[in-house]
Structure formats: structure tokens, C-alpha cells
Design a protein around this ligand. Structure first.
Ligand SMILES: *[C@@H]1O[C@H](CO)[C@@H](O)[C@H](O)[C@H]1NC(C)=O
Ligand SMILES: *[C@@H]1O[C@H](CO)[C@@H](O)[C@H](O)[C@H]1NC(C)=O
Ligand SMILES: *[C@@H]1O[C@H](CO)[C@@H](O)[C@H](O)[C@H]1NC(C)=O
Ligand SMILES: *[C@@H]1O[C@H](CO)[C@@H](O)[C@H](O)[C@H]1NC(C)=O
Ligand SMILES: *[C@@H]1O[C@H](CO)[C@@H](O)[C@H](O)[C@H]1NC(C)=O
Length: 950
């Protein structure tokens, strides 16, 4: 009788049928005792092993034609070999001596220029007074008393500053064109969190008007990156900002026409970690990543896939190399377009730029780089990088931190930022680049980022390098851009002043040796105001740096003051005087004396004495238009009062009811001398936002905090504020008209619209468009003709200069927000972005017409920059705007605009019975080198002396 085992085994041989015991063959003894299952497994294994060997054999061993098969087609095989050759090719070193390099972007017919007698800041720390010769798109000579050909255009720069063209290593120009439209919203391929395969090159609009504006700020090269919605966002594209006749994106490439045998070229990848990818994808869409853990897994999964493919490519190349050309493998060279960029990274042919902020995000990414053996070129933003230099150095390679100078606080991962970070990182030998993230920051003002970083302690040379040679190196283009040296591309900028001084701007910009603005040579040759003032321009003396620890005092004497801006009428000026400087004496928080005689009037031996060294004192600064006091972290609703989303004008809310005092944003503002804030309820949609409050920024709580409970009625008109109830701008205006006209006869003192229509509270309208402003002027006129009196104030006002005369005539003030507007909005395309494109800016024109001007704050984290925003306007105005006017833009004008008596009447320097309300600086506040010495007021009884900058 057959055992079950035998039956089993028989069945393996004979299909069907119950075997006759006599037909059963003898089994080998070794198998005799095995179970059926074991035999099944063994047989299966043998089968698998054999099949695998057969497959491997088939891949690896080329067959002679006719023997088995002929392998892949000769074309496919040749293609594979070419890929292997490409992989194994010798990369050029990009080491060039002198002028042996030619600029492949050179445009025949370009004139030769000699820029003589300029102060050359070369981008790598050098500073010489000398000449530069630009020929054939190359800097062919740098030095003193150079000789040049006869047909050279010689321009005597008269000691103006010259730098390399600036390099912005993080821009979205062209993929987020101006004006912002859904049609040109091409920066984020949000369909999947992993899109390493999309390319900025394919979405870049070469007609973006932003290109010319950015160039007018001296930027000559931009790395255009995909956005940060995806973990792997795609490939970046580096362009020069010189227009090409062809309007071809390819021709704009920095490496257009480069011969790859002569110069090594790179690809640039963009990735992002942290908050953005999980917010864009994640829980809302129900797709991974929900968490940072999920982000890390997706990174690793994709890198594992790419590494595997790379290994298979290498295997293919190794084997084909062994068998030579006469025999062909049976499989194609393994490729996958989706992972092509990642493989380039793994092979060292791509440079990786990663958007990460938090310490642990940066560390996780470095962990992945070590696991998968790739190099990270730069962390972008990286606002927390300064806290982990040691972790950053664990990575292979030399990671650049491409960061902001002082933008912070808009989300959790940007909340721990420090303005000292560029200096801390540089001190730790980590290269620091400053970048725009355009249009997040208008890249036109990239140089201002460097100026601010310098103010906060980054050495002058490093601050300039941070926008020239450092980003050029990080792009792998440091051998041809970002420096003024012989053999480099002829991209240079001539400045009207030291580029790190406030309001400095280019007079002319050369790209590939071609002047981009064709300014009259006389402008470049004219002796500048600054060169007359500065005796030794090459090495201007550094003001003494105050290093004292921050402390407080209630009674103190400030002596040796050069200028005091008491209020609009009273400016005390002892700046030029050699003997009689001004003093201010404060006793128990009250100003006892301002003048030249203070020292002799009281018992001051116990007072702290602050020597201001001929510095300035101005009234406490007022921040208007930001979320200060209502929002701490922009993206976190639990840290905010909340956002008005509808047109519920029957229930107009008061900002005072939602005020949250203390907190980091207010502390930073206070320390920067921003002592008052006027904040309206937060609103993104709908016409009516609510009623603003004026309060003191330094106070935690208490009776003196609120300066005025109901300051103004805030409304907003324009495309961004359309909602379902009022989907049109005409509807917005009509709604405003309806509500106001209805209240013309109302007489109730608690009806805010009634108060507004009678001029008892100002009506603030947030809008930019000239057409919307014109409609509002008509509305005001109509109400006036019916006996009302609306005190209209325009907030925003990018195009307000086009109606300057009408605004001035009706006494309608404008609070500019942002201070240097851009054509980002469709309805604000008529902004003036300044020289060398426009002679004047909007603020100049408004001022010339006598419009009352305030400068507002858009991002609460930037309120500390208000004094620079005012100074920037003054410096940029060529003398049109005076120092006093500019101080008024951020102080007493707000008293007038909002009818806040304490800030407009009499001594603004003092409020409420002589209570001190001022900021003292060790120089002009409009000089980037100046520092704050005393902050007095802001709702605190004690004054802050020598505040630490955050
Ligand atoms: C590249 O070279 C071609 C042929 O010389 C020329 O027509 C073209 O203008 C060059 N492109 C750029 C961007 O310089
Ligand atoms: C890591 O990559 C480098 C090239 O960047 C290569 O030389 C090295 O062999 C790689 N190491 C490993 C373990 O693959
Ligand atoms: C890193 O980069 C900096 C600045 O470019 C350079 O000074 C330093 O030598 C580099 N370090 C390494 C290890 O390459
Ligand atoms: C300063 O004091 C002297 C006498 O003490 C007085 O005559 C003079 O008017 C004072 N000056 C000012 C500006 O107060
Ligand atoms: C408001 O009402 C009071 C009395 O009812 C009247 O005296 C006053 O003139 C009114 N004011 C306006 C602006 O209508």
C-alpha cells in the first residue's frame, strides 16, 4: 500500500490517476523521510534558484548571435554605452587662469567699457580704488592705471562703489510672475509630495516684469527654484537677468552655450522639509505625510529607489565594459526619468538645496544624506541653523546656509530666529548666503538683506560675500560669477553709495558686459554727495561699538545729544555745534528737562548717565497695519485672536477685546523703539474688518496700556477681499456707500458707521488700486455733499501717487503698506519701484504734493525695521524728503492721521504728563551702523538701556 508520502511524490511525476504500487519508483534515501511540505519547498527553491540563475545568466552573459538570442538592439545597446560613457566621463575642473575663459553668453557687438576710479568691492573681501575693463563679456583687467584700446568707452566713476552682480540663490521669479494670477501660479507641482522630476525651466515665464525690477536692485543671476509645498519639489534653473532677443528661457540660462567639455555644469535640486509639505499634503488631503516621521519615510523611500536604480546602472555599465562592443546584453540600460535628478545627485552632478528650518529637520535631512551618501549643498531659510553648527558639520561637504537676515515669526519653524544667526554661523566657519525667496521678499532689495546682516554683526566683507561669491560657489558657478576678478563674467554693479548703507541703489548694472539701463554716463561720473562727505571713503571710520549689557533705569540723564525731534514743530539741533550739546533728564519715568542746561538743574549724582555721542532722539515709533497684539504665530490659530471672514457689519468687532499683551513679537518691537501699535481685527475677507485699538507695546497689562480704545473703523476694498456675499469690487464700494449713507442721519454715539460718516472716527480703507481709490474719493465727495464728513485714510496705497493731487486736496492721508510696494497685485501694477527704472517712487510724489504720509508694517516681525523703512525713503528721495519728514512718517503723522492726541499734540516725545516716550540712538537712526541706546516709554515705568538685539 502506498504511503501518503509516496502518493504525494507520485503525484508530482504523474498527472492524475492513482498510481499502481508497482509503478512507484524507488526514492533516494535522503528524501525517504522528508514530509510532503518539505519536498514541495525544496522543489520550489530549486526552481527559484534555477530561474534566478538563468535570469542573471541571461542578463550578464552576452550570447553569440545564433547561439541563444541576439541581445538588445544595437541602437539600444549603443545608447546604453553612451550613458555609461556619460556617467564615467571626466568632469572638467573649472579651474581657469586669468582670461583663458571665454564667456559663452557674449553678444557680438558689445562695446568695451573701462570703469575707472571706482571703489571696487570684489565679493571675496578685496577693496581697491581702481579700474575694471569689461570686454567680450569678460572682466579682462582689474587694477590701477590700466591701459585700454582706443574704442573703449571710458567712464570715470569718481569713487563710486562697484560690486559683482548680486547672486540670489533662492528665487521664484518667473514661476510666480508679477502680477500674481492663478494663470501664472507655476511654482509648486502640488499633485504629489514627491516630484523630483519637474523642472523650473519648464514653467519659467521669461516675460515676468519682476526680472527687470529685480535687476534694478543689482541682482544679475538668480537660481529659480520650485516652491516648498513638496518634499521633493523638482529641479531649479539658474538664469541671468539679461533679456535675450529670442525670449528663450534656454538662452537665459547662466550656462547657455557652455561647452560641457570645457566647463563642468550642474543641475540644482530643490527639496523641503518641515511644516509646508505636511500642511499642503497631509491630513487635509488624506495623503502622506501627516507628520515629520512620514516626511522622513517618503524621503528615504525615494532615495532607496534611486540608489537601487543607480546601482543597477553601474552594474550594467560594469558588465558591458567587461564584454566590450562585440557582444550585447539582453536588457536595456536601466533608467527612470522620475529618478533621474536624484541619480544625478547621487553621482555628484546635482546640487541639493533644501528648505528646512528647525534644528531637528536639518538633522533628519543630514541623517538621510549619510544613509544614502549624497551631498547637501545648502539649507535654505534654516532660521534655526545657528543653534546647531556641530550637527551641520557632521554632513559630508560644506553646507551653505542660505537664509534671511531678519524675517521671522510667521510660523512655528521660523519663531526661534535670531538676527545674529549669520554672524554665529560665519564664526563657526559655515558659509552664509542671503537670499530673497522672491516674491516673499522683493529680490530687488537683496542688498538690503546684506546691509541688515551687517548691522547685526556680520562683517562687511562677509555680508557682501553673502550676496555674491558665497551663493555663486553654492551654485557651482563660483569660477565665473560672484566676483570681480580677471576671467570672470562681466557682471558688475555701480552703486550710488556704499552698497551696505541704507537706501543704496544701483546707478547702472552690467550683465555679460552689457549695460542694462543705459543711464547717461554723466550720472555715473557725477561726484556723489557721499563722496564729498566722506574724506576717506575707502575705509570710513567705524563708529565705536557699544558692548554694554542691557539694563533698566527709571531716572537717568542722556547727554551729548546731537538732535532731538520733540515733535513736528520742535527740532533741537546741536549736531554741528561743537560745544552745546543737548541733554534729556528723566526722573522716575517723567521727563524733567530737555535742553542744553539740564545738568545743572537737579540732583543727578545717583542717575545713570548715557553719553549719546552726538546721536539722535526721536519720539516712540508707531506700528500701523500689522497683527501686533492679536497674533503671535501667523500659521497657528491658537496663538491668534482669530480672523474675521465675513461681511458681518451688524456686529463690528473691536480689536481691543482680543488684545494679547506680552509675547515675542511685541517684545522685539518694543526693544526696537516701536512703542505704540495701532492694530485692527485680523481680516482676510469681507469689507469690514473692525475697530482698531492703539496700545503700548511694552506693557504686559495694566491701566496705561491702552492709548485709545476705538481708533478707527477699518475696511478693505479690492480683489483679495471678495467673498461669497460680496463677490465684486463694485459691490464692496456699494456696500460701504449704503452703510455710511444710511447713517448720515443717525445720531447714536455708539454706532461706529455713524461716527465714521460724521468724521468722529477715521475710516481706514485698505486698498492699492488707483481706480478703487478714485471710487473712494467719489464716495467721500458724495457724503460731503450730503452733510457728512468722512475722514478717509488710504492704507496700502501702492498706486496712490497717481491721485496725489486729489488726495492732497481733500486732505486724505496715505499709510504706505508695504513701504516699498511691488506690482505683485494685479490692481497695483502702476507702482514705481525706483531708480534706475523710475526717477521717483510713489512716496516721493505723494510727499511732493503735500499728502500726509505714514509708513505701515505688513509683517509684525518686521516692525523693528520701521525706522529703516523711513530712512530708506529719505535716503532714496535725493533730498526731497527731509530727515524730519521721515521721522514724521513713523511717529507724529500717525497722531494726526488717527487723531491720537498723545501722539500728535505738543511734545510727542512725552505723553501723559511728561511721561517719556522716546528712542535714543548713538547716531542718526537712518544710518545702518547706528544702534539704539535708550528706549523709554511703551507702557513701562523703567527705561531700557542698551537693549540686546534679538
Ligand atoms: C549661443 O550661441 C548662438 C550661436 O553662436 C548665439 O546665436 C546665441 O545668441 C548664444 N546664446 C546666448 C544666450 O548667448
Ligand atoms: C559615497 O559617495 C562618494 C562620492 O560622493 C563615493 O566616493 C563613495 O565611495 C560613496 N560611498 C559609499 C559607501 O557608497
Ligand atoms: C567651506 O566653504 C568656505 C567658504 O566658501 C571655505 O572657506 C572653506 O574652506 C570650505 N571648507 C571645506 C571643508 O571645503
Ligand atoms: C541755561 O541756564 C542759564 C543760567 O543758568 C540761563 O541763563 C539760560 O537761559 C539757560 N538756557 C536755556 C536754553 O535754558
Ligand atoms: C443728535 O441729536 C441731538 C438731540 O437728539 C441733537 O441735538 C444733535 O444736533 C444731533 N446731532 C446730529 C449730528 O444730528
Amino acid at each position: 500500500m502506498a504511503t501518503s508520502q509516496e502518493l504525494g511524490s507520485v503525484n508530482l511525476y504523474e498527472k492524475g490517476g492513482v498510481p499502481n504500487s508497482t509503478t512507484v519508483k524507488r526514492r533516494k534515501p535522503s528524501l525517504r523521510n522528508s514530509t510532503l511540505l518539505e519536498r514541495l519547498l525544496i522543489t520550489l527553491c530549486l526552481f527559484v534558484v534555477f530561474t534566478t540563475l538563468w535570469i542573471i545568466h541571461d542578463i550578464n552573459v552576452p550570447r553569440k548571435a545564433g547561439q541563444f538570442s541576439a541581445g538588445i538592439s544595437p541602437e539600444a545597446y549603443k545608447y546604453g554605452l553612451s550613458k555609461c560613457a556619460e556617467i564615467n566621463r571626466e568632469r572638467p575642473s573649472n579651474k581657469f587662469e586669468g582670461v583663458q575663459r571665454r564667456n559663452p553668453r557674449f553678444v557680438p557687438g558689445t562695446k568695451t567699457y573701462a570703469l575707472t576710479n571706482g571703489i571696487i568691492l570684489d565679493g571675496v573681501g578685496g577693496k581697491i580704488l581702481g579700474d575694471i575693463i569689461l570686454r567680450d563679456g569678460i572682466i579682462v583687467a582689474v587694477g590701477q592705471d590700466l591701459s585700454y584700446d582706443e574704442d573703449t568707452v571710458v567712464i570715470d566713476l569718481n569713487k563710486k562703489f562697484v560690486t559683482p552682480g548680486l547672486v540670489d540663490m533662492h528665487s521664484h521669479l518667473g514661476v510666480y510672475s508679477w502680477p500674481g494670477l492663478s494663470a501664472t501660479n507655476d511654482g509648486n507641482e502640488e499633485s504629489d509630495p514627491l516630484t523630483p522630476y519637474v523642472r523650473a525651466q519648464d514653467g519659467l515665464n521669461p516675460s515676468d516684469p519682476g526680472i527687470r525690477i529685480i535687476k534694478s536692485g543689482g541682482v544679475t543671476t538668480s537660481l529659480v527654484l520650485p516652491g516648498s509645498a513638496n518634499l521633493m519639489g523638482g529641479e531649479g534653473y539658474a538664469i541671468k537677468l539679461r533679456p535675450v532677443d529670442t525670449l528663450s528661457v534656454d538662452d537665459m540660462s547662466v550656462t547657455a552655450n557652455v561647452s560641457r567639455d570645457e566647463e563642468r555644469t550642474w543641475r540644482w535640486l530643490k527639496m523641503a522639509c518641515g511644516e509646508n509639505p505636511k500642511r499642503v499634503h497631509g491630513i487635509d488631503r488624506g495623503v502622506m505625510p501627516f507628520t515629520r516621521m512620514g516626511e522622513a519615510w517618503l524621503f528615504r523611500k525615494q532615495f532607496a529607489e534611486a540608489s537601487d536604480l543607480k546601482r543597477r546602472q553601474d552594474d550594467w555599465c560594469d558588465i558591458s565594459a567587461k564584454f566590450g562592443n562585440s557582444e550585447r546584453l539582453n536588457t536595456n540600460f536601466p533608467e527612470d526619468l522620475r529618478n533621474d535628478g536624484l541619480i544625478a545627485l547621487l553621482r555628484g552632478d546635482a546640487r541639493l538645496n533644501i528648505h528646512c528650518y528647525e534644528t531637528y529637520d536639518i538633522e533628519a535631512m543630514i541623517r538621510h544624506s549619510l544613509e544614502f551618501n549624497f551631498t547637501i549643498t545648502a539649507f535654505h531659510h534654516g532660521l534655526d541653523a545657528y543653534r546647531i553648527p556641530d550637527v551641520i558639520k557632521r554632513a559630508k561637504g560644506n553646507i551653505t546656509i542660505a537664509t534671511f537676515s531678519d524675517l521671522w515669526g510667521y510660523k512655528k519653524e521660523s519663531f526661534q530666529a535670531s538676527t545674529k544667526s549669520p554672524k554665529i554661523l560665519s564664526d563657526a566657519n559655515i558659509p552664509v548666503a542671503l537670499k530673497s525667496d522672491h516674491p516673499i521678499l522683493n529680490a530687488q532689495h537683496l542688498i538690503f538683506e546684506a546691509a541688515k546682516a551687517h548691522h547685526y554683526g556680520l562683517d562687511e566683507k562677509l555680508a557682501l560675500a553673502a550676496v555674491t561669491s558665497v551663493p555663486a560657489n553654492a551654485l557651482g558657478l563660483g569660477y565665473r560669477i560672484g566676483q570681480i576678478s580677471v576671467g570672470y563674467d562681466a557682471d558688475v554693479v555701480v552703486w550710488n553709495n556704499h552698497p551696505l548703507s541704507l537706501g543704496a541703489r544701483p546707478l547702472e548694472v552690467y550683465i555679460d558686459g552689457i549695460p542694462q539701463f543705459n543711464v547717461d554716463t554723466s550720472v555715473l561720473e557725477k561726484e556723489s554727495l557721499e563722496s564729498r562727505h566722506l574724506k576717506n571713503k575707502l575705509n570710513p571710520p567705524e563708529p565705536p561699538r557699544n558692548t554694554a549689557k542691557s539694563r533698566t533705569a527709571t531716572s537717568f540723564l542722556i547727554k551729548n545729544i546731537g538732535k532731538v525731534f520733540v515733535d513736528e514743530e520742535n527740532i533741537m539741533d546741536a549736531y554741528q555745534s561743537t560745544e552745546e550739546k543737548i541733554s534729556i533728564m528723566v526722573k522716575d519715568g517723567l521727563i524733567k528737562c530737555i535742553g542744553t542746561n539740564c545738568t545743572s538743574t537737579d540732583q543727578i549724582s545717583s542717575y545713570e548717565v548715557i553719553d549719546l555721542n552726538n546721536g539722535y532722539v526721536i519720539p516712540g515709533i508707531t506700528a500701523v497695519g500689522s497683527n501686533l497684539g492679536l497674533s503671535e504665530i501667523g500659521e497657528e490659530s491658537v496663538t491668534q485672536d482669530g480672523i474675521v471672514t465675513s461681511n458681518d457689519y451688524n456686529n463690528v468687532i473691536h480689536a481691543v477685546d482680543g488684545l494679547k499683551l506680552g509675547g515675542k513679537h511685541l517684545e522685539v518691537a518694543y526693544k526696537a523703539g516701536v512703542l505704540t501699535a495701532v492694530t485692527s481685527p485680523l481680516s482676510r475677507r469681507g469689507v469690514v474688518a473692525g475697530i482698531s485699538v492703539a496700545f503700548k507695546t511694552g506693557a504686559q497689562t495694566g491701566g496705561r496700556v491702552i492709548l485709545k480704545e476705538a481708533v478707527a473703523l477699518h475696511t478693505q476694498i479690492g480683489a483679495p477681499f471678495k467673498d461669497e456675499k460680496v463677490p465684486t469690487i463694485s459691490g464692496q464700494i456699494s456696500l460701504l456707500r449704503k452703510i455710511l449713507m444710511a447713517k448720515l442721519t443717525s445720531n447714536s454715539s455708539d454706532d461706529v458707521f455713524g461716527l465714521a460718516v460724521r468724521g468722529r472716527v477715521p475710516l481706514i480703507v485698505h486698498t492699492h488700486s488707483k481706480d478703487e481709490i478714485a471710487s473712494l474719493i467719489r464716495l467721500k465727495d458724495r457724503i460731503s455733499s450730503r452733510g457728512g464728513n468722512v475722514r478717509l485714510v488710504i492704507l496700502g496705497g501702492a498706486e496712490a501717487h497717481l491721485l496725489a493731487r486729489e488726495l492732497a486736496h481733500r486732505n486724505i492721508p496715505v499709510v504706505l503698506l508695504p513701504p516699498r510696494p511691488t506690482p505683485e497685485q494685479w490692481t497695483a501694477q502702476n507702482v514705481l519701484t525706483g531708480a534706475p527704472i523710475d526717477d521717483k517712487m510713489g512716496i516721493d510724489i505723494l510727499h511732493a504734493h503735500g499728502v500726509t504720509i505714514g509708513i505701515g508694517v505688513s509683517e509684525p516681525g518686521l516692525s523693528r525695521n520701521l525706522v529703516w523703512d523711513a530712512g530708506w525713503a529719505q535716503k532714496n528721495s535725493d533730498g526731497l524728503i527731509s530727515e524730519k519728514d521721515a521721522v514724521g512718517f513713523i511717529t507724529w503723522n500717525f497722531g494726526k492721521i488717527f487723531k491720537i492726541d498723545a501722539l500728535s499734540n505738543g511734545n510727542v516725545l512725552m505723553t501723559e504728563d511728561n511721561r517719556a516716550n522716546f528712542v535714543a540712538y548713538d547716531g542718526s537712526p537712518f544710518d545702518m551702523k547706528t544702534r539704539i541706546r535708550v528706549v523709554a516709554g511703551g507702557g513701562r515705568d523703567v527705561a531700557l538701556i542698551d537693549p540686546d538685539e534679538e
